[in-house]
Design a protein around this ligand. Structure first.
Ligand code: BES
Ligand code: ZN
Ligand code: ZN
Length: 454
């Protein structure tokens, strides 16, 4: 594969301009270039190339409404002819252009032969190149994991990925597999995952200095969500390979934290299961005693994400982390509330919620806080157990799922819960259809601001 971003200044000049800068830029060009732009009908929107008198490529100009937007140049890497381009833009746009270029070069080509080359961008600033590449690797990791079909992305595969990531950055990895989950008291993870021939697991990655502030991430790793016995209809099941999207998100976030060497004591927990159907599957009406001891009546086996998460969250809070952040493709209801492109999140700490929201805005990673509206907790009342796993009715489904999880988070813990789509259902600049990271960069920018780099 060709390099996507390199340090240097050799290559065809690629001028990236704001619309408002275009006329001044044209005026500063040679007559040949000015004439070409006029006669070829370029109107100062999008991109065009200008030849030299030899017919070779002399320069490319890309005119966007705001070059400091992170996805403004998201389509360039795939649209420009293969070759190396040298970035010419204002210093304040470089980071955004580098990022958009890098993530826009992404292709999921695991199952196809056509692994065609993309263009290379040379930037004369090593720090910008390094940062954009780290961001790109994290985003590509999330996308690859989500895009990979469930048959090739079962709990054991997530375990391999987590182990490799720990090894790459000198962290440690451990896991609890199959019936060992019962022996070590993770009954709810086991109950959801036991019907699959791919044994359920709890993956555990640790990295960083034990004396640094503890940041714990938890990700929903449902490798395929058939719905269990309350089986999903075909349309709802079609893309449920993405139900390990929360796990993919925390793996991407952990990669950023480790690659940028944040001074934190990182722990990442992934309950990894397949929500499958078999004679030993969890049934509607069954009661499970969770790790915390709360008994849960299963109203619907399709509300399995919160079940696997609650045991992992209970494990996480034993160490009283300074921050606890979970990501999960938890509810269809959040998609109804906010659509597919704006991730909703819940938070117990107002400052953290505002901080993450603010951190996402300038880097085009918007997130939207939703309320942990306590009166709705009544909807989780059970006649025979401490609570049910979901409300009987369809209303406020993302909130009741958040409230279910909150039962496992002790008062005083700074906790954020992201209910994400993990998937682009339409193509946008730099964001192809398929697996996508939502909120990962926002949370990372917030953590970077809060803890600083070493
Ligand atoms: N994985 C789904 C939620 C989901 C569906 C996320 C589509 C993103 C897109 C989850 O396990 C689920 O099935 N939730 C149910 C809960 C219901 C049974 C209370 C839902 O949202 O319908
Ligand atoms: Zn489900
Ligand atoms: Zn699910």
């Amino acid at each position: 594969m060709t390099d996507i971003l390199i340090y240097g200044e050799n290559g065809t000049p690629l001028h990236v301009l704001n619309e408002s800068e275009y006329s001044d830029w044209v005026a500063s060009q040679e007559t040949f270039t000015q004439n070409w732009l006029t006669t070829s009908g370029f109107k100062g929107k999008g991109w065009t190339s200008v030849p030299a008198s030899t017919g070779e490529l002399a320069l490319v100009v890309a005119v966007v409404s705001s070059a400091s937007e992170f996805f403004a140049c998201g389509d360039l890497a795939k649209q420009l002819p293969a070759g190396t381009y040298s970035l010419k833009t204002n210093a304040e746009n470089q980071q955004a252009v580098a990022f958009g270029w890098a993530v826009g070069s992404y292709r999921f080509d695991r199952y196809v032969d056509d692994k065609s080359d993309v263009a290379t961008l040379a930037i004369n600033d090593q720090a910008i190149v390094d940062e954009a590449l780290k961001q790109m690797y994290a985003t590509a990791l999330v996308r690859d994991l989500v895009n990979t079909p469930a048959g090739d992305m079962m709990p054991q595969h997530l375990a391999e990925v987590t182990k490799d990531l720990a090894e790459e950055f000198g962290g440690s990895f451990s896991e609890i597999v199959g019936d060992e989950l019962l022996e070590q008291n993770y009954p709810t993870i086991h109950a959801v995952g036991r019907a699959s021939c791919h044994a359920p697991r709890l993956l555990d990655l640790r990295w960083g200095n034990a004396d640094a502030p503890k940041v714990t991430l938890v990700g929903k790793g449902v490798c395929f969500d058939s719905g269990g016995l309350d089986v999903k209809p075909a349309a709802g099941m079609r893309y449920m390979k993405k139900d390990m999207g929360g796990a993919a998100h925390v793996l991407g976030l952990a990669r950023l934290i480790m690659a940028f060497d944040l001074p934190v004591n990182l722990r990442m927990l992934i309950p990894a299961v397949e929500n499958a159907i078999s004679d030993n599957a969890l049934r509607p009406g069954d009661v499970v005693t969770t790790r915390k001891g709360i008994t849960v009546e299963i109203d619907n086996t399709d509300a399995e994400g919160r079940l696997v998460l609650c045991d992992a969250i209970d494990e996480a809070v034993q160490e009283k982390p300074e921050m606890l952040i979970d990501f999960a493709t938890l509810t269809g209801a959040m998609r109804v509330a906010l659509g597919t492109e704006l991730p909703g999140f819940f938070a117990t700490n107002d400052e953290t919620a505002q901080g993450i929201t603010n951190a996402g805005l300038p880097i085009q990673d918007p997130v939207w806080r939703m309320p942990l509206y306590q009166p709705y907790a009544d909807m989780l009342k059970s006649d025979i157990a401490d609570m049910t796993n979901c409300a009987a009715g369809p209303f406020g489904g993302a909130i009741t799922a958040g409230l279910y999880l909150q039962k496992f988070v002790p008062e005083g813990i700074d906790w954020c819960h992201f209910d994400i789509m993990a998937f682009n259902i339409r193509q946008l600049p730099g964001r192809p259809k398929g697996g996508e990271a939502f909120g990962v960069r926002a949370v990372f920018a917030y953590l970077q601001e809060k803890y600083g780099s070493k």
